[in-house]
Design a protein. Structure first.
Length: 370
């Protein structure tokens, strides 16, 4: 290890339950749209892509669909069929052979989907309210539409779908799972009072709106003997019908406090500073005092900012998304002070190996010593 690695809190080990991470660099979930097949199964390219990045303390997969009804984007893999599960097993094997650890992120688009992704059927959400967002469909960018409201029986089935997907992830050899509750997908739709106007047990109050997520957590945590379930939330998310304000932030304060008793592997928070500010730490300090478990934070961090966050106790680990696209050896670059490569924005979602598995590692500079 060169002198540039000495004193970096980011490069120290971290224990999550009985799982030891060699460093605190986490690869954040990133949709890359490479499952270009009708079955939405991972391909050999997925195995190579994740194995190339196995130097991360923890890899988290792109959001994967928990059912056919959950689909909300093109060429994004699922984990609800046997072929998908078997294909993911080749990914986890490749990562483990490369010395890595990998969690599967489980998700559902809900009202953010489009009939083009669902064989012409209406998407479903907590209430029949249009989230007013854009979706990239097989025939181009389209506006979301007014969804139908999920019935109570469908909510029960959706919770069961998460449990089945968690079981598939366990059989596929994943080290754990992360519940996709960030952005504007189904779980945050339930949490949002503008999109969830139900009058039953799943709406009408902060507690009731959180019931869907808490039921999912209750059913999936029994899959693993040790804490191997993470949750990713985005309290500051704004876009479409979503607007972060003091009311919604107060609701997240309550929810995050409740998660202390959920026996999570970690809580993963993403947030972007308001316009004109680059103070990432202030955003997350709000939750460091509320949540006593392992905290991972995300969005916009550099190596130095990440080290500062960990040194000051704001977080236990930091996840990086974009930097991992063009830097499969990101941890090594952090350790040696190598410059970061810049991703080609034109190939992020295009399918195929270009801009996916063809980014080289930096290698060693002359005079470096391992």
């Amino acid at each position: 290890m060169t002198a540039t690695a000495i004193g970096q809190p980011l490069l120290t080990p971290l224990s999550i339950g009985d799982l030891t991470l060699p460093n605190r660099v986490v690869m954040a979930p990133m949709t890359r749209a490479r499952a270009t097949n009708d079955e939405l199964t991972p391909t050999p390219a997925h195995a190579l892509y994740y194995a190339q990045r196995a130097g991360a303390g923890l890899l988290i997969t792109e959001g994967t669909w928990v059912s056919r009804q959950a689909v909300g984007a093109s060429n994004v893999p699922g984990i609800f069929t046997e072929p998908q599960t078997a294909a993911w097993a080749t990914v986890t094997e490749a990562v483990h052979q490369a010395g890595g650890r990998i969690f599967s992120q489980l998700g559902h688009a809900g009202a953010k989907s489009h009939p083009d992704h669902l064989g012409g059927a209406l998407p479903a959400g907590p209430s029949a309210i249009n989230p007013r967002e854009k979706r990239l469909t097989p025939t181009g960018l389209k506006d979301t539409i007014t969804p139908r409201e999920l019935t109570a029986a469908e909510i029960t089935q959706t919770v069961a779908d998460y449990r089945a997907a968690a079981g598939n992830a366990h059989r596929a050899g994943f080290d754990g799972i992360e519940i996709h509750a960030q952005g504007s997908h189904l779980i945050p739709q339930f949490l949002n009072p503008r999109l969830n106007q139900r009058t039953d047990a799943y709406g009408g109050s902060t507690t009731a709106r959180a019931r869907f997520l808490l039921e999912i957590l209750h059913t999936v945590t029994g899959i693993w003997d040790n804490p191997r379930v993470g949750v990713k939330l985005s309290p500051y998310w704004s876009g479409g019908t979503f607007t972060a304000d003091e009311d919604t932030l107060a609701a997240y304060d309550w929810l995050i406090g409740e998660l202390n008793s959920a026996d999570l592997a970690y809580l993963h928070l993403m947030g972007t500073p308001p316009a004109g500010s680059d103070d990432h730490l202030a955003l997350f300090s709000r939750y460091r005092t509320t949540y006593q478990g392992t905290l991972v934070i995300n969005v916009g961090f550099t190596r130095d900012r990440a080290n500062t966050a960990i040194e000051r106790g704001v977080a236990d680990a930091v996840s990086f998304g974009g930097p991992f696209i063009a830097n499969p050896d990101l941890v090594d670059r952090f350790a040696h002070g190598y410059p970061l490569a810049v991703a080609d924005a034109a190939t992020i979602y295009t399918g195929g190996p270009n801009g996916y598995t063809d980014y080289p590692a930096a290698g060693r500079w002359p005079g470096d010593r391992a």
